[in-house]
Write a protein that binds this ligand. Structure first.
Ligand SMILES: [Zn+2]
Length: 169
């Protein structure tokens, strides 16, 4: 019997940004491949699934509430090629943080705030490598170009304050 799905509203927000349907998430959960398990997660064990819908790779993080036969959809995203090895099953090779010199970076998201005289542009959900130790954030070249171009366009349009979501290529 297929599990009942409970969507965290954050997941629904991420789905809306990328036009991902609930039916596509169900396909990933029912037919996808579990690529990482987090059995120690509380209050329920969770896992990361990889699946394909309409030709695009999707990662879905779920927590399994076995007692209630419910699966909680924690987040849904399209894996960023820069942060994963080809095939989207394994994270890109770990990188040491050059700021704290202790931590290793993990795939994550950053809010990048760019400012110059009179203009402030905040870009949410920018794919980044985030230091697990100190939280320092790093972006790759293509992402840097995109956030700079977006902020440049806003600044030239005379925007004073803007908050926008990152749009991938
Ligand atoms: Zn660090």
């Amino acid at each position: 019997m297929p599990p009942k799905l409970i969507f965290r509203v954050h997941a629904v927000r991420r789905m809306f940004v990328r036009s991902i349907t609930a039916a596509e998430v169900r396909i990933v959960i029912e037919q996808g491949e579990t690529i990482e398990r987090y059995p120690g997660d509380t209050p329920y064990p969770s896992r990361l699934l990889l699946g394909y819908a309409r030709g695009r790779a999707l990662h879905v993080v779920v927590a399994d509430n076995g007692g209630a036969d419910e699966t909680i959809v924690v987040t849904v995203y399209q894996p960023e090629p820069a942060l994963w090895q080809p095939g989207f099953r394994r994270e890109a090779a770990a990188m040491k943080c050059v700021v704290c010199k202790q931590g290793e970076t993990r795939p994550g998201k950053a809010t990048v705030v760019l400012q110059r005289k009179g203009a402030t542009v905040a870009i949410n959900d920018v794919p980044a490598r985030v230091c697990a130790n100190c939280g320092e954030e790093y972006v790759d070249e293509q992402v840097a170009e995109r956030v700079l171009a977006a902020a440049e366009a806003s600044a030239r349009a005379g925007v004073k304050v803007e908050i926008r979501d990152y749009v991938a290529a």
